[in-house]
Design a protein around this ligand. Structure first.
Ligand code: GLY
Ligand code: MN
Length: 429
């Protein structure tokens, strides 16, 4: 089933054509590939569930493998599609094929013309693997495509809002379920059952549930650990329809009430998130959105006597990255990492952290904002880290926080000309 109307697909093709045309020569060909199922290692006749390459799915609305959408300045977009095979009917019951020419025509169609440069986007099928003339030229065309795809259309924004509603079923469910005695795995199951019952097709990424000190593991895999009285419970989980997703993190007290330490850090992370979200406006550099959270953390940790000396110097040295070791967020929407920053061989860092997106915000961007403060054993026990930041971190004070774990809060923010729109605010904090 195509979740987008033909008008939406036509509009995407139209906008992409307008974006690519100035970048292309008259005899250039752009091909966007759906990709092919990948065989499981040792799996003989088994493949992983097929996920169409997001560039192709976004452009065509088709979820079938092997399709190719081609673009030339003279002819615009032409779809080549693979008809449903008898095997597919027998084993999977069919599928939906978008209108287009049969895939078997593609090679003949290419041979009839004399193309100069050929740019292959998406997941290139084995039969058409050809190296573009030049990597820089390829990146230029891919970036032209990305620029269009980064701007979410109304249908995408509506879908994200619907997905937030589905995820909220999960968060409401776990709020009632969490108590000392349950396991991380049980919390995951309660969440996923509620979200799948509410309409999510699958989980967009492995659900993260970290309790106690496990809450400081950034991508904690739910375990059989039993939640104890006084624990923090961090859940980072979403909802997904046709690879569109929300990415949300909330933190709860196992016994329903945070102690003073927990409340102090929770309020600091909330303040950091609010300040970063307030900056999510057209024209603002994503690095500055990250830096806003890092500054709140620097001041807060200074107040707790964990950071010492001049806070700006501590930030510049990267000391806050010991407690906030990841970028403040990333693009989200079609998959949990949507078209991100421009390809660069040497990404810039902000206050010691490799920030995942290096772009000024534009209306239509959809970004996670997910600051977190953690006391991670691997960081605070590392001898080099302790030496490097001896002037800025009171390591004896950090000892008092060893068993704390971590707190992260995450929402998905739509950048609009009027300012930030929080599409996941339905999930209460
Ligand atoms: N929610 C997982 C991540 O953003 O990495
Ligand atoms: Mn995230």
């Amino acid at each position: 089933m195509n979740i987008f109307t033909q008008d939406t697909i036509n509009s995407r093709k139209h906008r992409t054509a307008a974006g690519l045309t100035p970048l292309l020569k008259n005899d250039d060909l752009v091909m966007v590939f759906a990709g092919e199922p990948i065989q499981k290692p040792g799996g003989h006749d088994q493949t992983y569930n097929f996920l169409p390459h997001p560039d192709y799915f976004w452009l065509t609305g088709s979820r079938r493998p092997q399709g190719v959408s081609v673009f030339t300045k003279a002819d615009g977009w032409i779809d080549f599609v693979n008809p449903i095979s008898r095997d597919e009917l027998v084993w999977e019951g069919g599928g939906t094929v978008i209108p287009g020419r049969p895939l078997s025509d593609l090679d003949g169609w290419i041979a009839q013309q004399s193309f100069g440069r050929i740019f292959c986007l998406g997941q290139v099928g084995a039969a058409h693997r050809q190296t573009p003339a030049n990597e820089d030229e390829f990146q230029h065309i891919q970036e032209g495509f990305n620029q269009v795809r980064r701007i979410k259309d109304a249908a995408e924004v509506k879908l994200i809002r619907d997905l937030a509603g589905m995820a909220n079923h999960g968060y409401e469910r776990v709020k009632k379920f969490i108590r000392p005695g349950v396991t991380e795995r049980q919390i995951q199951l309660e969440y996923e059952m509620a979200v799948l019952s509410a309409g999510s097709e699958k989980m967009p990424y492995d659900s993260i549930v970290g309790t106690g000190t496990n809450s400081a593991i950034l991508h904690a895999i739910p375990t059989a650990r039993v939640v104890k009285d006084g624990d923090l419970v961090l859940i980072d989980a979403g909802a997904d329809v046709q690879d569109y997703c929300v990415d949300i993190t909330r933190v709860f007290a196992a016994n329903g009430t945070m102690n003073t330490q927990q409340k102090t850090i929770y309020d600091l992370v909330l303040k950091a998130q609010q300040e970063s979200i307030a900056l999510c406006r057209p024209g603002v550099e994503w690095h500055d959105v990250h830096k806003a959270s890092a500054r709140v953390f620097a001041e807060g940790l200074k107040g707790l006597n964990i950071i010492k000396g001049d806070t700006q110097a501590a930030l510049d040295a990267g000391a806050v990255s010991v407690f906030f070791p990841h970028g403040v967020g990333h693009m989200v929407g079609l998959r949990v990492r949507d078209v991100g920053g421009k390809f660069t061989k040497d990404p810039r860092k902000a206050f010691g952290v490799r920030v995942r997106v290096d772009l000024p915000m534009q209306p239509g961007f959809l970004m996670t904002v997910e600051p977190g403060l953690y006391f991670i054993k691997a960081m605070i026990e590392d001898t080099d880290t302790r030496t490097k930041f001896a002037d800025f971190i009171n390591w004896s004070e950090v000892e008092k926080w060893r068993e704390f774990g971590g707190i992260r809060l995450e929402d998905d923010i739509h950048i609009t000309p009027q300012g930030p729109e929080n599409l996941t605010s339905v999930v209460s904090k």
